[in-house]
Design a protein around this ligand. Structure first.
Ligand code: ASP
Length: 333
């Protein structure tokens, strides 16, 4: 513990009294920081979490290039992993809960500060679009479970089977292994997609969608559908999204915190690092914990940082769509 603490101190200079000068964490890995990719001049920008973000970025950028809004772009961008059966942590093909049911969390947030969300939704291919419908057609923010499903069906969404043969087999394997209840984030399958876009008019929107932790307790809701946890957008300041252990993100309202840090003058990279630092101060960090944050500010600067090695994010900017390894605080034990 003492070692970890001192490592954190060396790595990040944050904390109430020492916000500036801020030292970026280049020393932690040889990888460049996200802030090295800040060549934003003008025009649209799309960033998203994990490798599956590359295909999502393509779809989102296509929307922006053809004159669509940032809100349309984030929705249509995340449709790609939601519909991809090979992505086992989002939508169709997502690994199920402990009882074999695929349950989805998603949210969307618009440049005008409006937002919609669904939690513990089953049987719907595009939960992000149900979230958007909640935002646009109801006075509510979150619909959950059976009520969310009823709302979706009433609004013309089709009921589908989201459990693929692969995910079912993985669940059976998990059960056969003694089914010790120990839900894990789906690292090897690349996790939640959070996607942030800046449109041609400079407006910012975001979306976040996931099947949550593999084999989780039935009824469990993570950070992804909670505004300020899995996603937060403030069109005047910037936006942030989260992936990893939702409970940890929720306890520190990570993305709200990042946007507030940016509002107070931090670069998105500093803000993501400071939010991870906050996590280490506020939450018990266990050996399997991972949390990754990704953020943009109004100027199109980008930041990303994770608790542990392995978080990747995709940036589509100036005609190029690139997958980048995020810098991180701790090595896995
Ligand atoms: N944040 C998601 C959750 O806790 C999981 C993930 O990103 O892997 O549901």
């Amino acid at each position: 513990m003492a070692n970890r603490r001192s490592f954190i101190k060396q790595s990040i200079v944050v904390g109430a009294a020492a916000l500036f000068p801020f030292k970026l964490t280049k020393g932690i890995t040889d990888q460049p920081n996200a802030s090295d990719f800040n060549t934003f001049q003008s025009g649209p920008l799309v960033v998203s979490t994990w490798k599956h973000g590359l295909a999502a970025n393509e779809a989102a950028m296509k929307v922006l290039k053809s004159g669509g809004t940032a809100l349309d772009a984030v929705e249509q961008g995340v449709w790609v992993p939601e519909a991809d059966p090979e992505v086992n942590s989002v939508g169709l093909g997502g690994l199920p809960d402990a009882e074999g049911n695929v349950t989805l969390d998603a949210c969307i947030m618009a440049p005008d500060g409006n937002a919609g969300s669904v939690a513990y939704l089953q049987h719907i291919l595009h939960p992000v679009s149900v979230a958007r419908r909640v935002m646009e057609k109801t006075p509510h923010l979150i619909l959950a479970g059976e009520g969310a499903l009823k709302f979706a069906l009433d609004n013309g969404f089709e009921k589908v089977n989201l459990l693929t043969e692969y995910s079912k087999a993985e669940w059976k394997k998990w059960k056969a292994s003694g089914a010790r209840y120990a839900p894990t984030a789906n690292w090897e399958n690349h996790d939640t997609i959070g996607l942030l876009a800046i449109g041609t008019a400079g407006e910012i929107a975001g979306a976040c969608t996931t099947s949550g932790m593999a084999f989780k307790h039935p009824g469990r809701v993570g950070d992804s559908p909670i505004i300020g946890a899995g996603l937060f957008v403030d069109n005047k300041v910037g936006a942030a999204t989260a992936t990893g252990e939702g409970e940890a993100v929720l306890k520190t309202l990570g993305t709200f915190l990042i946007v507030e840090f940016m509002r107070n003058g931090m670069h998105p990279q500093q803000a993501c690092e400071a939010a991870i630092q906050r996590l280490t101060e506020s939450v018990r960090i266990h050996d399997n914990m991972q949390v990754g944050y990704l953020a943009v500010n109004k100027a199109g600067d980008i930041g990303a940082f994770s608790l542990r090695k392995g978080f990747q994010f995709a940036v589509f900017q100036n005609g190029e769509n690139t997958l980048i390894d995020a810098t991180y605080l701790l090595e896995w034990k």
